[in-house]
Design a protein around this ligand. Sequence first.
Ligand SMILES: *[C@@H]1O[C@H](CO)[C@@H](O)[C@H](O)[C@H]1NC(C)=O
Ligand SMILES: *[C@@H]1O[C@H](CO)[C@@H](O)[C@H](O)[C@H]1NC(C)=O
Ligand SMILES: *[C@@H]1O[C@H](CO)[C@@H](O)[C@H](O)[C@H]1NC(C)=O
Ligand SMILES: *[C@@H]1O[C@H](CO)[C@@H](O)[C@H](O)[C@H]1NC(C)=O
Ligand SMILES: *[C@@H]1O[C@H](CO)[C@@H](O)[C@H](O)[C@H]1NC(C)=O
Ligand SMILES: *[C@@H]1O[C@H](CO)[C@@H](O)[C@H](O)[C@H]1NC(C)=O
Ligand SMILES: *[C@@H]1O[C@H](CO)[C@@H](O)[C@H](O)[C@H]1NC(C)=O
Ligand SMILES: *[C@@H]1O[C@H](CO)[C@@H](O)[C@H](O)[C@H]1NC(C)=O
Ligand SMILES: *[C@@H]1O[C@H](CO)[C@@H](O)[C@H](O)[C@H]1NC(C)=O
Ligand SMILES: *[C@@H]1O[C@H](CO)[C@@H](O)[C@H](O)[C@H]1NC(C)=O
Ligand SMILES: *[C@@H]1O[C@H](CO)[C@@H](O)[C@H](O)[C@H]1NC(C)=O
Ligand SMILES: *[C@@H]1O[C@H](CO)[C@@H](O)[C@H](O)[C@H]1NC(C)=O
Length: 651
Amino acid sequence: MKAAMEAQVSVVVAILFMLLVQFGLAQQVSSGSSIERSALLSLRTSLGLRGKDWPIKKDPCTWVGLRCRSGRVIGITVSGLKRTRLGRLNPRFAVDSLANLTHLVSFNASGFSLPGSIPDWFGQQLSGLQVLDLRYASIFGAIPQSIGNLGRLSSLYLSDNNLTGNIPSTLGQLSELSILDLSMNFLIGSIPSSFSSLRNLTRLDLSSNFLSGAIPPNLSNLSRLQSLNLSDNSLSASVPVELGNLSQLVELNLSKNYLSGLLPLELRGLRNLRMMNIGDNSLGGPVPKDLFLNLAQLQNVVLSGNKLDGALPVAFWSIPNLYFLDLSRNNFTGSLPSLSSSVIHGAVFNLSNNQLYGNLTSLFWKFSSVDFSSNYFEGKVPENGQSNATLAENCLQMVPNQRSLQDCRLFYAQRGLTVDNFGGTDPAKPPETKPESKSKNKLIFILVGAFGGLVFIVLLVLIMVVLLKFCNKGTANQRSSANVGPVPEGDSPSPHKDITHLSGVGQSFTYEQMVHFTGNFNESNLIKNGHSGDLFQGFLESGIPIVIKRVDLSSVKKESYVVELEFFRKISHTRLVPLLGYCLEHDNEKFLLYKYMRNGDLANSLHRGTSTENESLQSLDWITRLKIATGAAEFLAYLHHECTPPLVHRY
Ligand SMILES: *[C@@H]1O[C@H](CO)[C@@H](O)[C@H](O)[C@H]1NC(C)=O
Ligand SMILES: *[C@@H]1O[C@H](CO)[C@@H](O)[C@H](O)[C@H]1NC(C)=O
Ligand SMILES: *[C@@H]1O[C@H](CO)[C@@H](O)[C@H](O)[C@H]1NC(C)=O
Ligand SMILES: *[C@@H]1O[C@H](CO)[C@@H](O)[C@H](O)[C@H]1NC(C)=O
Ligand SMILES: *[C@@H]1O[C@H](CO)[C@@H](O)[C@H](O)[C@H]1NC(C)=O
Ligand SMILES: *[C@@H]1O[C@H](CO)[C@@H](O)[C@H](O)[C@H]1NC(C)=O
Ligand SMILES: *[C@@H]1O[C@H](CO)[C@@H](O)[C@H](O)[C@H]1NC(C)=O
Ligand SMILES: *[C@@H]1O[C@H](CO)[C@@H](O)[C@H](O)[C@H]1NC(C)=O
Ligand SMILES: *[C@@H]1O[C@H](CO)[C@@H](O)[C@H](O)[C@H]1NC(C)=O
Ligand SMILES: *[C@@H]1O[C@H](CO)[C@@H](O)[C@H](O)[C@H]1NC(C)=O
Ligand SMILES: *[C@@H]1O[C@H](CO)[C@@H](O)[C@H](O)[C@H]1NC(C)=O
Ligand SMILES: *[C@@H]1O[C@H](CO)[C@@H](O)[C@H](O)[C@H]1NC(C)=O
């Protein structure tokens, strides 16, 4: 009966046939050509599909994963189908019978294991194919050149396989291609410049391969491109300025390559961009000031892991929808702008591992979560900021795990600034006891060995003897409780008490390090025998030259080094040679470490002869002498008028 009916139907005129289709009866009246039917059955066998999904007795158009039009198979999806036991044991890329499905538009085997290579005949025989999805299908071998003949192809997904070899340039012929995804394979060679002919491309994903060479500049011809992912390859050279022509682009991912050069200003043409990731490359130089001015759609920007430097572009702070900004692991410097901007809830901001400094500003609470670690921010953490902040390795007050004062001082000094010293010494903010001590004390005497400094010639300034005593010795003990810090009282200072207050005066070193830094106090490293100790030249582990003063307590007044440390704890001035640290381990020998001044000490410089044969020891000219005098006067004025209480020095 059924066969008779089929025969009848096959001679029905075209109009009636169309009517039947319209009424949804096509499936019943056509099981496709018998060629297609046998092709499908042989595909069922070669792929090891189960009769349960593709039952022999039923119309193939009702089989799981099959789509028909006008009784012809147009789509096959085998992903998700279970296999027979035999099929499971011996999976193969055995799809030869597809060649007889001449109306096939779509073949989807994503996630369906097809170990083997894409056959060359695909390109010759499946000329109607529009969608080919072979993601995660255990395919290996090269992509056949012939794929370029599938002129109707609009989506080609080959990601997550073991494809090797070059990307065939013939792919550039696929003029209707809209999606090309070759990510996560083992493809090598360069990106074919023929890709610039893929005029209908909206998504190009070549990420996680081994592609090398430059990004072809004329990819910018892909005027419909919305997503470009070339990340995790070995692409080099610079980011082509032409990419700025991709005005439809929404997502740009060039991360994890070896791209170098500057970040092109032309990228400001990417007006629809929402996601930009150029992290982990070798980009250098500053970010162009105007690059982010017009990129108002941006939500997600990653520039981390490059060598970008200069200031943070202010344009970042006015992008309305930015919720993820990662600028970490670069060389950005400067301070944060102070602007009142609205809070972006849930926004994440990573600035860690840069060279940023200065105070934390209101910008700090624009984001819900910030990582500012490993910079040089100083001062206090804003109080009404959020709690979710990582701030380690900075120069901040009252925050654990900060850099050493020495690091901070050095960094700020290189920029001609003084660090706030963790709130320890702030010359503008005298100790609370100031009025009291001022009223009771008339003068405080200090013996400062040498001091001063220069704008042009930096001199080695030696603190030789520092003696801090109260004028009114008799009442010292009574006043001690109201006194300023660990000032030694009377003749018997207690070093241990003082050591607890030394947090503000650089790093603590071990005696072993002293021996190491000075070559076991080698005579050749001795600079001079000063009044308050012997001065040695030395080098830190990092190779930085320093001067070490060895204070021998058997020949020098015991409290001298304590007073000097106390002096440094309270005083910081550009004319004062910086104290880098101390070593107080030994009972009889104490060490103070200073920055090394290239031009030696002041006394020797002033008293050089005029007629020595050694060029480098020529007498100072008068302009230099004037500068020295000015520098010295500045420091004197500071000691006498700006310090509270005022200090008197004696050379
Ligand atoms: C296609 O169908 C023809 C006729 O049934 C058959 O001879 C041929 O082997 C089939 N080709 C493939 C690749 O299965
Ligand atoms: C292929 O099939 C999988 C699983 O059904 C589906 O997720 C995927 O979107 C399909 N591919 C295409 C291009 O439609
Ligand atoms: C693909 O490559 C991975 C890693 O090299 C390997 O473990 C896997 O067996 C390969 N698969 C096939 C089908 O070759
Ligand atoms: C381009 O792709 C779109 C879908 O993204 C499609 O509708 C259109 O027909 C294609 N145009 C050409 C010329 O291939
Ligand atoms: C892109 O550039 C390559 C060489 O750099 C050239 O062969 C190709 O024709 C260009 N494509 C277009 C569309 O201009
Ligand atoms: C393709 O891009 C190149 C370089 O960007 C340009 O010179 C050329 O005019 C473009 N071709 C077309 C057809 O747009
Ligand atoms: C490549 O980038 C696009 C857009 O950002 C993204 O959708 C896609 O998942 C990425 N591909 C891979 C393999 O991560
Ligand atoms: C960009 O590519 C990297 C590396 O492939 C990937 O980890 C990241 O998720 C991608 N970003 C987006 C937003 O797709
Ligand atoms: C593409 O970009 C280049 C350089 O940025 C520019 O000279 C050219 O005019 C742009 N081409 C198009 C078609 O916009
Ligand atoms: C960062 O900048 C400093 C100077 O400001 C330079 O010495 C250093 O080498 C730079 N680091 C990198 C990784 O470029
Ligand atoms: C930080 O703030 C303090 C006081 O508010 C100020 O003295 C200091 O100069 C500021 N630091 C910088 C680098 O602006
Ligand atoms: C803090 O930030 C981290 C990372 O940005 C995030 O995973 C976590 O949920 C945030 N915690 C709170 C309380 O917001």
